[in-house]
Design a protein around this ligand. Sequence first.
Ligand SMILES: [Zn+2]
Length: 267
Amino acid sequence: MLGKQGKRGQAEEAIPNPTPVTNNEVDDVDKTIDARWKTAESSLMKNILRSQSLSESELETARFLSSAIIRCWREELDTLGEKTQNTPQAPKLLSKWENLLTLQNNEAVHLRAHPDTLDTWIRVYTFLRCAVQAASSAIPSTLASYFEGSERIRDVLARDHGNVFGIWEEGEAMPDHNRDDESEMLGFAMYIDGSYFNHSCDPNVRKTRRGRAMEFRTTREIVAGEELNINYIDTKADGKSRRKELLSGWYFDCKCRRCIDEQALDI
Ligand SMILES: [Zn+2]
């Protein structure tokens, strides 16, 4: 799944510093977000169907969402098919969709930092819903129903930010520990299994894109029980800059060994 030129990413985005919020404020934000989605579900803006109504980046998001939802639909169809066959069931593994749902839901925390994004998301959802309705004669009704409510769209968007990988130019050893600053970012992709890696500012796993796949290789000897970590950001930056970027882009205060050691020295 590839989305291009986004607002989902790493260094190219100016991200405001998140401010601490109270539980009441969190509840209010959640209620507002839910109410906006409910309103979008119950109303249709037919004129948004024209593709020029969406920006290039919104169209990319629409493609990304369509791809994810269609995969979800096909997986559930396959599961249904397996259940109707009277064959012994293999041990149940989580489907890709179920795996996606296990990733951290960043909807509220992301929208608190970027409130305007909700307008974008709802525009994209409304566009997709209109497009699917307009093409209903050519689309299976079970698939069309997946675009009717906003639940699945929200499920994907909530896990997009903070879980996608930047895609850099072909042939680069990217985005590894200290990527070449000349390298051009082409877009973003979601690799669900890869998203299980936590971040460390001193990672022991390097990620490298191979075509449409992402390869993860250890960079040093791993002892039994040691956690495998990748880096979400450029680890050349100083400690305060790294923690600020991680907090604003990935919503956590880095407590990796390197950060703890550096904080003790006030770096
Ligand atoms: Zn760290």
